[in-house]
Design a protein around this ligand. Structure first.
Ligand code: IDC
Length: 319
């Protein structure tokens, strides 16, 4: 099917770590080492316990060629993820991060809390994990820490704040200033809660908002606007353009209105997910069995749309 063109971006920021260097947060805005506002764009892996084949250097290079300067490593805690096989999953996460780093990209290590609901349930494990991660990667400007994907099932902002107060020090004991992303309640939608009592005492903290364009429209956009206007630094570390279940139908009009909004606020965004799983939120078609060297025809509806968005923000390397 035809995919309508992406909106004209208001911010054009391409270029990877060698161009932008160490990131920091100034007010609500993510900035680069030279003090310029920067937007990071890219794709998220699917769960690395299921689709590690799309986290290789070549697979990620393909996303960079589309104009992405960020890759997110979704390390599920549940569903066969880190909690059940820590050694194996940690190895997969390190491999994915190293692959992104070799491509000169920023990389998010995402502690993908989902069905666990309240991140405090496994905060001891998280603390140990993030301390090791920070120890390993503190000298790289590439790494962004996402301490909990989506608090849900009744986890409150108070719960998340408590969790953050436990986990942030283990990162900061090795990495003094890398950007840290904190999830918000209700599947990372309630940025209005974070606005009422942001985490204090640390620099370079941002709060995540996640949306799925066919499900989340004006209400959530208004939440984003109010929170950003009130001074909350927001990062869209995950979004899709289909329904929130990762399937259903893509909604291109809603997707485009989200991108225009994010661009107007200079907010960075990461699209879910780089895989060929038979679901609408997968960026590759189920028929594509390549794990790199993807062509336009290999892209799903969401993939083609994202290609338009990414290439409109930078001068593409590929055609
Ligand atoms: C979905 C995947 C799907 C998988 C499911 C369960 O697309 O293949 O079976 O997780 O783990 C999120 C989550 C993200 C979800 C995605 C779509 O962060 O893990 O992925 N979603 O449901 N939040 C809102 C939507």
């Amino acid at each position: 099917p035809a995919v309508s063109p992406a909106p004209t971006p208001t911010v054009k920021t391409g270029g990877g770590v060698s161009k932008h260097g160490k990131l920091h947060v100034q007010g609500t805005q993510l900035c680069d080492e030279h003090g310029a506002a920067v937007e990071l764009h890219g794709m998220s892996s699917h769960g690395i316990q299921w689709f590690p084949q799309y986290t290789t250097k070549q697979a990620i290079a393909n996303t960079a060629a589309y104009g992405a300067n960020l890759f997110r490593v979704a390390m599920y805690t549940g569903e066969g993820g880190y909690l059940s096989s820590p050694a194996q999953i940690k190895k997969a996460a390190y491999a994915a991060m190293d692959a992104a780093i070799e491509n000169d990209m920023y990389v998010i290590i995402d502690w993908h809390v989902l069905n666990e609901g309240n991140p405090n349930r496994y905060s001891d494990v998280a603390k140990t994990f993030f301390a090791k991660m920070a120890q390993q990667y503190a000298s790289y400007n590439n790494v962004i820490y996402e301490v909990c994907n989506e608090p849900c099932n009744g986890a409150t902002w108070g719960d998340v704040k408590f969790y953050a107060s436990e986990v942030i020090p283990s990162i900061r004991s090795y990495d003094k200033d890398a950007v840290i992303l904190i999830g918000t309640p209700n599947w990372s939608q309630d940025v209005d809660e974070a606005v009422k009592g942001p985490v204090t005492g640390y620099d370079n903290i941002m709060y995540t908002l996640h949306f799925y364009a066919a499900t989340n429209k004006e209400d959530l956009q208004n939440k984003l606007k109010s929170a950003a206007d009130a001074g909350l630094p927001i990062f869209v570390s995950e979004f899709g353009i289909c329904s929130a279940d990762g399937n259903g139908q893509v909604d291109i009009d809603s997707a485009n209105s989200w991108i225009s909004l994010l661009d107007s606020y200079g907010i960075s965004y990461v699209c879910w997910n780089l895989s060929n799983k038979d679901e609408k939120s997968a960026l590759l078609t189920p028929a594509c069995d390549k794990t790199s060297g993807f062509t336009y025809e290999d892209l799903s509806d969401e993939g083609k749309w994202l290609y338009g968005v990414l290439t409109s923000h930078v001068t593409p390397v590929l055609n």
